[in-house]
Ligand binder design. Structure first.
Ligand code: C5P
Length: 237
């Protein structure tokens, strides 16, 4: 079996504040996307990385990646992305060579995921799971609410039992054919999804969770950049 990683990196990252597209923002002087590609390339299982660039930014991203050394012999392909994360992933899948059997989908916004976590996800797919997510227990209690957009108080509808909840990260791993089918179904039905495994769940196929890692957190808000810089500085020390 051959495992490839698809990295959707076409988002603008508006929640992070004004500036460059999120994947091109730097951590320790190096663009987040380069960290993410290196994290995939360091994993033993991954021999190919497909980077999905902003629709008009594929040439710029290619140059950026050529300017930064990657560990090992991992091949990197760059393709233009789409208007949504889902579309960007679909375009990345379409660029995979025929011999790829297993796919990891990894957010550029999770630049510090350790190689061991990547390999654990890949291993679970190789052992036959059609879909695998890295997941962590929650520190916060979670409430379901009736959402309001006017800033007023929201009615609380319920409190799921925290011990049964997990926050899921990436890379999420898939049997290639399963993920391709899931994306086709969701595209046909015109529905949105916030993660790839959720699309596989809608096919009625089993998804399993393996241990995630605290350093696989998503860089979304300005405070996450502070944390990411600190993690990186500690690694380099
Ligand atoms: O916005 P969010 O943090 O959920 O984005 C998750 C990942 O999806 C990021 O790596 C982002 O670059 C990517 N994305 C994409 N194409 C889009 C929107 C988001 O590749 N149109």
């Amino acid at each position: 079996r051959r495992t490839a990683a698809v990295i959707p990196a076409a988002g603008r990252g508006v929640r992070l504040g004004p500036g460059a597209p999120k994947a091109l923002r730097t951590l320790g002087g190096i663009p987040m996307l380069v960290h993410a590609v290196r994290a995939m390339a360091r994993a033993r299982a991954v021999s190919l990385v497909v980077v999905v660039a902003p629709p008009d930014g594929a040439a710029e991203v290619r140059t950026l990646l050529d300017d930064h050394a990657l560990p090992g012999t991992t091949e990197v392909i760059v393709v233009p992305g789409g208007a949504t994360r889902q579309e960007s992933v679909r375009l990345g899948l379409a660029a995979l060579p025929v011999d790829v059997t297993d796919v990891l989908v990894h957010d550029a916004a999770r630049p510090l995921v350790p190689a061991e976590t990547v390999d654990a996800v890949a291993a679970a797919v190789r052992q036959g799971a059609p879909a695998v997510v890295p997941a962590l227990p929650l520190a916060d209690t979670v409430k379901e609410v009736e959402p309001r957009s006017d800033g007023g108080p929201e009615a609380v509808l319920g409190t799921p039992e925290r011990a049964r909840l997990r926050a899921v990260q990436t890379p999420q791993g898939f049997d290639r054919e399963t993920l391709t089918r899931a994306h086709e179904k969701v595209a046909l039905e015109g529905e949105g999804a916030t993660d790839d495994a959720g699309m596989v769940e809608r096919l009625g196929l089993p998804v399993v969770a393996v241990a995630g890692h605290e350093q696989a957190f998503k860089v979304t808000r300005p405070l996450d950049l502070v944390l990411a810089e600190a993690v990186l500085a500690r690694r380099r020390a």
